[in-house]
Design a protein around this ligand. Structure first.
Ligand SMILES: NC(=O)C1=CN([C@@H]2O[C@H](COP(=O)(O)OP(=O)(O)OC[C@H]3O[C@@H](n4cnc5c(N)ncnc54)[C@H](OP(=O)(O)O)[C@@H]3O)[C@@H](O)[C@H]2O)C=CC1
Ligand SMILES: CC(C)CCC[C@@H](C)[C@H]1CC[C@H]2C3=C(CC[C@]12C)[C@@]1(C)CCC(=O)C[C@@H]1CC3
Length: 345
């Protein structure tokens, strides 16, 4: 009788592996002796030991060919939050994730690790030391968050020990590090346009920022501990630097490190939030005629003016998680990696 060959536990696929987090994850997986298949809508680099499959994750046949002989899949693809495109978020994060799950099951993949987000519980008001049992946001602050919630539910509900298909979700917050296309570039762009003179609110709000290598570490721990008898099956885990910092101190340290002035003048939170909401509505109404993207979106203002930091206790207990790079070191390495974004460059 022909027996089905079990895929090697060291062969994995990274959906979204050309992106910021995905590429760091791929590099660490290679270091740890995995062979990696990247599935992404674009190919952004080449590395020995990595095979690339270019395609859309909504295309099941394309996914299936990337999942041949793969036992472990990381799903860290998403449209950028800044795109603010509801249709795109629904197609990729919801329909696409359904397709990813179907393809995994059909291909005989045993483990699926999703990159979710701590923002699935964020409604624009303070969260202090939030644990994973906080309810999902009832009024998500944007389409990105709305679809990340559905995505996480889909993946966790798909966990089925009987079928041998195990899932887990990692919820990072405010990822930063070399090659990040969002946080530092958006911040520097705002500074260059003279928009980073102001602190929104009193500037004392604490937030989690997470160095990318810590996020990668959390993903790999989760993948390697995901077994039918482990307590992590079908659960979500906050992964942060476990060092909440004042939002505006973090921004100032990055700005000053790159040669820009730190923000100094205070503006009331409600005023800026109201203006951001108005601008967002205006951009929506005028979209058929003119296209403009405000720097201060309601989401960014809420993130900049409220407390939102999360407990990693569950990850420490179940995954043995401990950040591998401290915040200060992470900021220094990040600043150093952006010579082209320095003042005057
Ligand atoms: N950055 C952060 O602070 C946080 C991020 N996350 C989550 O982490 C994950 C990774 O984020 P990050 O690395 O920052 O994002 P990136 O945009 O750098 O990476 C995502 C990758 O997915 C690709 N992609 C998008 N749509 C598709 C598609 N339909 N099919 C295949 N590939 C696609 C992107 O291509 P393209 O660039 O062409 O769109 C990109 O290469 C995401 O799930 C995000 O929600 C969670 C918390 C915080
Ligand atoms: C213009 C300034 C007020 C802010 C500049 C920095 C921001 C671009 C970033 C500060 C916090 C970041 C953040 C995310 C994106 C970039 C920031 C808004 C996420 C929305 C990315 C996706 C997530 O899942 C949650 C993140 C929270 C923090």
């Amino acid at each position: 009788m022909a027996t089905r060959v079990r895929p090697s536990s060291k062969r994995c696929a990274v959906i979204g592996g050309s992106g910021f987090l995905g590429r760091h994850l791929v590099e660490k997986l290679l270091d740890r002796g995995y062979s990696v298949c990247v599935f992404d809508i674009r190919q952004s680099y080449e590395l020995p030991g990595v095979t690339f499959h270019q395609g859309d994750l909504c295309d099941k046949q394309a996914l299936l060919s990337a999942m041949k002989d793969v036992s472990l899949v990381f799903h860290c693809a998403s449209p950028a939050p800044a795109s603010d495109d509801r249709g795109l978020f629904e197609r990729v994060n919801i329909q696409g994730t359904r397709t990813v799950i179907e393809a995994c099951v059909e291909a005989g993949v045993q483990k699926l690790v999703l990159t979710s987000s701590a923002s699935v519980v964020f409604e624009g008001t303070d969260i202090k030391n939030g644990r994973e049992d906080l309810p999902y946001a009832k009024k998500p602050i944007d389409y990105y968050t709305e679809t990340k919630i559905v995505q996480e539910k889909l993946v966790l509900e798909a966990c089925d020990k009987e079928k041998g298909f195990l899932t887990v979700a990692i919820r990072p917050h405010g990822i930063f590090g070399p090659r990040d296309p969002q946080l530092v570039p958006i911040l520097v762009d705002a500074a260059r346009r003279g928009k980073m003179k102001f602190i929104i609110g009193d500037g004392t709000n604490l937030v989690d920022f997470t160095f990318v290598e810590n996020v990668v570490h959390g993903h790999i721990l989760a993948a390697e501990r995901l077994r039918p008898d482990s307590p992590i099956c079908g659960k979500s885990y906050h992964i942060t630097n476990d060092e909440p910092v004042r939002f505006w101190d973090f921004m100032s340290e990055v700005l000053v490190g790159l040669g820009y002035a730190a923000p100094r003048y205070h503006l009331p939170y409600t005023l800026v939030y109201g203006l951001a909401l108005l601008l967002w509505l205006l951009a929506l109404i005028l979209r058929p005629l003119v296209s403009f993207k405000p720097t201060f979106t309601p989401m960014r203002v809420a993130l900049a003016g409220t407390h939102h930091y999360y407990s990693c206790d569950r990850a420490k207990q179940d995954l043995g998680y401990k950040p591998v790079v401290g915040l200060k070191d992470g900021i220094a390495r990040t600043v150093q990696s952006y010579p082209h974004l320095r003042q005057g460059a």
